[in-house]
Design a protein around this ligand. Structure first.
Ligand code: NDP
Length: 335
């Protein structure tokens, strides 16, 4: 069983040298345990925070242990009555080829149906990132039809699901993404009404001008994934009583400071700004996953994936995710 361990903590920017590849034997199963062979490993921005040992909302990843991560795969051996050889399951198996899971632990392993939804989508559109988009849109932004909503990192795992969910609610949906290809894809394939390439603009005022053109009626809801200049520009275009769901601040994950240029705009526009962590809202997952699964099964949501091949490529692919080199959900294919 090949595994990737967190070997040492980043000093500033994370690098591939923070990880170590090892090979171990898979232990024999005890009663209640299941052996899963992973088909895909999910790479997600939150993993960067786990690499630090500073205090955060999530526990830090202990050194010398298998990196945490979502996985989908196949049950290859089971000592649990509810799981059989061949069942397809989603879990938190980590950066390794196989995991031994205590299936009695609530939520440790969930069977999935791959008839209408590809297996890998359970790590993206019909998984944690999809529910994240759903929660921020439905529970925080709570838009009315006809309102304008904006999202940064628009073509990523969360952003692509957000686009479909917001269109289904009759919103004008505007994306912000890095590069002309991503922006064209957002409009042509994901159904965004417009998408702005933030890399074309050298400061927040130019970006705010582009936002004004793309959002002629102002912005009612903003789903924040990035922080920094993008947030400053959006704040300049928010309507009175706008709502901002703060989901991520990826521009600061390697320790960069993210000062707010003009916090008085929060008061002037009477904004509601709310941060959230999707795993603290398990009550919405069934409803959100049902809607997301239906969007995928009916062809209304078929987002792109960037797939790295084999476990050893995971650290490099993870660095790419933090630099925006991924185009859609970043996965590692193991078999
Ligand atoms: P993505 O698939 O969107 O990949 C990350 C993207 O972030 C990159 O492709 C890149 O897109 C963008 N990015 C990276 N660095 C920068 C930067 N310095 N400045 C601007 N953009 C950058 O990832 P996810 O969809 O999985 O996650 C999106 C966000 O949601 C992240 O911030 C993540 O932390 C957050 N999240 C939060 C959760 C919660 O519970 N609160 C749960 C899940 C995700 P581009 O090229 O377009 O810039």
């Amino acid at each position: 069983n090949q595994q990737i361990l967190l070997d040492n903590r980043p000093q500033g920017e994370a690098t591939v040298d923070n990880f170590k590849l090892v090979t171990t034997d898979t232990p024999a199963l005890a009663d209640g345990q299941v052996l899963v062979r992973h088909h895909y490993l999910s790479l997600d921005p939150y993993m960067r925070g786990r690499m630090n040992d500073s205090k955060s909302y999530a526990a830090s990843q202990p050194l010398g242990e298998v990196m945490i991560g979502g996985t989908v795969g196949e049950v290859v051996e089971s000592k649990h009555p509810k799981f059989q050889h061949g069942d397809m399951v989603v879990g938190m198996g980590g950066w390794q080829e196989y995991s031994v899971v205590d299936a009695n632990q609530p939520g440790a392993l969930r069977k999935v149906d791959t008839t209408h939804v590809p297996l890998s989508y359970y790590l993206g559109a019909v998984g944690m990132p999809g529910v994240t988009a759903w929660y921020g849109l439905v529970k925080i932004i709570n838009p009315k039809a006809g309102e304008t909503v904006v999202i940064s990192a628009a073509t990523g795992a969360v952003g692509s699901a957000f686009g479909a969910l917001a269109k289904a609610r009759g919103c004008r949906v505007v994306g912000i993404a890095g590069g002309p290809d991503k922006c064209q894809y957002a409009v042509d394939e994901l159904g965004f009404d417009a998408c702005i390439d933030y890399k074309q603009y050298k400061d927040m005022y130019f970006l705010a001008k582009a936002l004004k053109e793309a959002c002629p009626n102002g912005i009612d809801g903003y789903f924040e994934n990035v922080g920094g200049m993008i947030l400053d520009a959006v704040l300049l275009r928010m309507n009175a009583f706008g709502r901002i769901a703060v989901c991520g601040m990826i521009a600061g994950y390697d320790g960069q400071p993210l000062p707010l240029a003009n916090p008085a705009l929060i008061l002037i526009n009477r904004l509601k700004i709310e941060g959230f962590i999707v795993s603290e809202h398990m009550e919405v997952w069934p409803e959100a996953l049902t809607e997301l699964g239906t969007l995928v099964a009916t062809g209304k949501l078929r987002p792109r994936e960037t797939v790295a091949q084999c476990l050893a490529s995971a650290p490099e692919a993870f660095m790419g995710l933090l630099k925006g080199r991924n185009f859609g959900k970043q996965l590692v294919k193991l078999i």
